[in-house]
Design a protein around this ligand. Structure first.
Ligand code: NAD
Length: 335
């Protein structure tokens, strides 16, 4: 039976992987540590590794894996910015992922952030627990009729658009590859400047690439309406956090809702409540009353975790048995 080392694993990963590995196609060993060049030794004697969003498959790590005879890496997520793809290609590795496990899960979380910020549910919840029924400070704004700029109109962007069209929002889009389904829903593709200037809400759904790194920066923030809401459920590196802090402090940005953060790998998915926060940027961000942060939980639904486990087991079984795999699941080699 093929042996797979699962890195950055949590209790829920074990539950879902075991549930969908009933015929014991694979043997999983679960490590709670992240995969990095310092921890890669743990993968020795395995046939494949399974990694998540904050594992680091950089050059040194990949080279070590290859030297252990491992050439199969299964991402149990959609994004792959944490893999050094040129190195993976040069080493002839097989890299698979779960490209679409539940775009609706992330889209619903995205709209949840928008509604929580606009209607202040988080503040209302705490007030009612203290029998404070006053409404002062809870005034929100109506989503109906607002202009929402969607950056990246792939699976999650489109799922978000579908919900927002239902709310009666006007949708502006930015994507080098326009999506016919978005156009059919009445969305308008515009250039970056138009999107930033005209949107009441801007929501990021593009991958983290060199071209999209810090797409939200001092210059682009200077274009947005001072009342605008910025939402990021994609990848933290899309936002220059220091520039956003400056915009929030100077009241040039109305709201910020993030499920991802540039330096999240030092923080997210762990209980650090007894520790001293060492990240001053994160600490500052979390002080603003108009900022809402969740810890990369957009994917975290029963349905999405089921699809992730099922697809990952299927991908690994096929790759490790030299069987054909659908091209959409394969990052490299491309077929
Ligand atoms: P996708 O590949 O279906 O869509 C991405 C879209 O971005 C594509 O249409 C692409 O053309 C577009 N794009 C590429 N470069 C762009 C640019 N420079 N400007 C504007 N658009 C550009 O991906 P998806 O499934 O919709 O996922 C989007 C992102 O969401 C992923 O990359 C991942 O980082 C993130 N994600 C987050 C969570 C979470 O839990 N928060 C879960 C899954 C995915």
């Amino acid at each position: 039976m093929h042996q797979v080392a699962v890195f950055s694993s949590k209790q829920y990963d074990q539950v879902f992987f075991q549930r969908f590995n009933q015929d014991n196609k694979l043997s999983f060993s679960f490590f709670d540590t992240k995969l990095t060049a310092n921890t890669v030794e743990l993968a020795k004697d395995f046939d494949a590794v399974c990694i998540f969003v904050n594992d680091q498959a950089d050059k040194a790590t990949l080279t070590q894996l290859k030297s252990f005879g491992i050439q199969t890496i299964a991402l149990r997520c959609a994004g792959f910015n944490n893999i050094d793809m040129p190195t993976a290609k040069s080493l002839g590795m097989n890299i698979c992922r779960v490209p679409e496990y539940s775009p609706e899960a992330v889209a619903e979380h995205t709209v949840g952030l928008m509604l929580t910020l606009s209607r202040k549910f988080h503040k209302a919840y705490n007030r009612i627990r203290e029998d404070n029924f006053a409404l002062d400070g809870l005034m929100g704004f109506t989503l109906h009729g607002k202009t929402v700029g969607i950056i990246g109109t792939g699976n999650i962007g489109l799922a978000t658009i579908k919900i927002l069209v239902g709310f009666g929002c006007k949708i502006l889009c930015l994507d080098p590859e326009p999506n016919d389904a978005a156009i059919a829903l009445g969305c308008q593709y515009v250039n970056q400047e138009q999107l930033f200037k005209s949107s009441d809400i801007i929501s990021l759904h593009c991958p983290l690439l060199p071209a999209t790194h810090h797409i939200i920066n001092q210059d682009t923030l200077a274009l947005v309406k001072p009342t605008a809401m910025l939402i990021n459920t994609s990848r933290g590196g899309l936002i220059d956090s220091k520039a956003v802090i400056d915009a929030l402090k100077s009241k040039h940005l109305g709201y910020l809702g993030i499920d991802v953060y540039e330096l999240e790998s030092n923080l997210f998915f762990e209980n650090l409540s007894g520790e001293i926060m060492q990240d001053d940027i994160f600490a500052r961000l979390s002080t603003f009353p108009n900022v809402l942060i969740t810890g990369h939980q957009g994917f975290f639904t029963e349905e999405a975790l089921s699809t992730i486990a099922q697809t990952t087991i299927d991908n690994l079984t096929k790759l490790l048995n030299d069987e054909r795999i659908e091209s959409e699941f394969l990052l490299y080699p491309q077929i």
